[in-house]
Design a protein around this ligand. Sequence first.
Ligand code: LLP
Length: 424
Amino acid sequence: MRPFGYIDGGLAAGPVRLAAIAAEVGTPAYVYSADAIEAAYREFEAALAPARICYAMKANGNLAVLRLLAGLGAGADVVSEGELRRALAAGIAPEKIVFSGVGKTDAEIETALRSGILQINVESASEVRSLSRIAAGLDRTASAALRINPDVDAGTLDQISTGRKTDKFGVAWDEAPALFREAAALPGLSMEGIAVHIGSQLGDLEPYRRAFRRVAGLVRTLRAGGAHIRRLDLGGGFGIRYRDETPLPLEGYARVVEEEVGGLGCEIVVEPGRRLVGPAGVLLARVVAVKETPERRFVIVDAGMNDLVRPMMYGAWHDILPLEAPAAGAETRPADVVGPVCETTDRFAEQRPLPPLVAGDLVAFCEAGAYGAAMASTYNGRPLVPEVLVRGSRFDVVRARPGFEESLALERVPDWLARPGCGG
Ligand code: LLP
């Protein structure tokens, strides 16, 4: 459910008016509702206990968001050394962290081993060997799971499907038994489980069922050969409502888990990302100008594709709400909502029916808490936008807008490049 609604004609997070936040921190800005994140986490707990919930922090790695989830008991699913260090800095215990990812470097593996995390998910024969070599060299035992590619189409967007045999992720399910056995015999490795993740923004339970059935078959095959398997990491992918989708039913998901792998006596890990934070966030922007051409009404806002890339990257839909409720009976007309970036694809919505908007008006891009700030860039020399966390009736800036000087300070001009006008 969307935690943002109109109070006395102003869009608000609980009792906090978003216009008040925009007035204080400026626009563009991301705003997250801590209450909504907490409620989403509780929903997972209620539906899936005693499964371990490892938040896929790639969705939103803000330290305050991580600390909030850590306080609720969440672990983390990380995919880089940067994420691992961030999770540890936020106070997530190493024994609650799993490390996924298709291309971990030796340095990343070493940091993970030294940190003593719960599990490293390996995705290829070469990674299995690297992990064994590095762990043995450190005189440690790596707790690992083999991520399989179950060759299941998740029925979601092509760009965010990960479990088909043509996708780069995991080890082909029919090659997994041989590799698992090879891994189990290597020094420095304790092969404890199987991992699978078939894609993101799933609305349908059937692909999960097919993938989990493959996992169960593999566990039985491996156990028959004497393997000890005690943990199944079932990944994430829980769909939310952006436009008119039905959010993936968590109780139904729990039933599928129980039916397909419940009898195996394994600890279950899930890695939700989007579902915990997506609906809890909006991106605030201000209308810079409205340009009417013979063809189109362009509403030009001060947020760009560098701040929220999903519409441009995936053709994704985000509802756009004016912060001030339109007058009753206000006429809606189609508009292209675009940013200031010098790219034609810098367009949040095409021919979207919207109420009248004029320069200076504020709008919110909804369901932007996941893969919004996390995927932002500084393209066109635009600083990353600030992030704000609302809790009850208070709000705090949890990531400041960086100053222009800060980004300049990271760069160096070599001394062979003379200053222009200084005669070389
Ligand atoms: N576990 C693994 C191994 C993953 O690769 C992912 C997402 C997740 C968990 C979390 O999936 P979620 O519960 O959030 O669906 N940038 C895209 C989404 C990319 C997802 C990548 N992997 C978007 O904006 O839609």
